[in-house]
Design a protein. Structure first.
Length: 225
């Protein structure tokens, strides 16, 4: 489709900025429609011509890959964790941390869940490396030599390590009174928050109840040895 001259092209944008703008616009549409989203819908939402998308991405699959990579990025949640004031009591710090992490997990789940529900299960396709304009980061990046599933796993591992490091900082002021080193407590806390995102059949305790058990144990106060 030839781009109409009446469409606005974001002035002064570099190719990378235009790519990021398209991904940001596409993410909520992908979360809503999954693979049924069209490049026409994305172009209209971004206020650009559809041809502009195909100057950045080889095809819709490449754009969906880039959306998955963006959803996997932990930059935003890491920034939120870094902004938590260490002057607060530990329970307050952990409430903020858990809220930030759960929001990240929810955003990721919406995108991945919508794609999975609409038939996008083949995360190990071998043609991912050919997509142009995918950038260097994440599963959709151009020039990848590894299958996308391997690259995605590396991204997840890196995000997990960075998150544990950020959480460790939140526990550092209490290092002398912790049962285990802060990095081990941080890893346990991250597992607890992630576990809440995959609830079992029974009702999930509230965040406050979860934090109480994590910080003070399963036994009621009068029953503690």
């Amino acid at each position: 489709m030839v781009e109409r001259p009446t469409r606005r092209r974001a002035p002064g944008m570099s190719p990378e900025q235009r790519r990021e703008m398209i991904i940001r616009t596409a993410l909520p549409l992908v979360a809503e429609h999954g693979t049924a989203v069209t490049t026409g819908q994305i172009a209209r939402a971004a206020g650009i011509g559809e041809a502009t998308i195909f100057r950045v991405f080889a095809d819709k699959d490449a754009l969906l890959d880039a959306c998955v990579a963006e959803a996997l990025r932990a930059d935003h949640v890491l920034a939120e964790l870094a902004d938590i004031s260490l002057d607060q009591p530990l329970p307050a710090r952990l409430r903020e941390a858990a809220a930030a992490m759960e929001a990240y997990i929810e955003r990721l789940g919406l995108v991945i869940g919508a794609l999975h529900a609409t038939g996008r299960h083949d995360r190990g396709r071998h043609d991912r490396g050919r997509h142009a304009g995918g950038g260097a980061e994440g599963p959709g990046g151009s020039g990848e030599s590894a299958p996308q599933s391997d690259t995605a796993a590396l991204d997840r591992d890196s995000a997990m390590r960075s998150t544990v490091e950020a959480l460790t900082e939140l526990f550092e002021p209490e290092r002398d009174v912790l049962r285990l080193p802060p990095e081990q407590i941080a890893a346990m806390f991250m597992g607890l928050v992630f576990g809440r995102a995959r609830p079992p059949a029974q009702p999930v305790p509230s965040l406050e109840e979860t934090l109480q058990v994590f910080l003070y144990g399963a036994l009621a106060e009068g029953e503690r040895a």
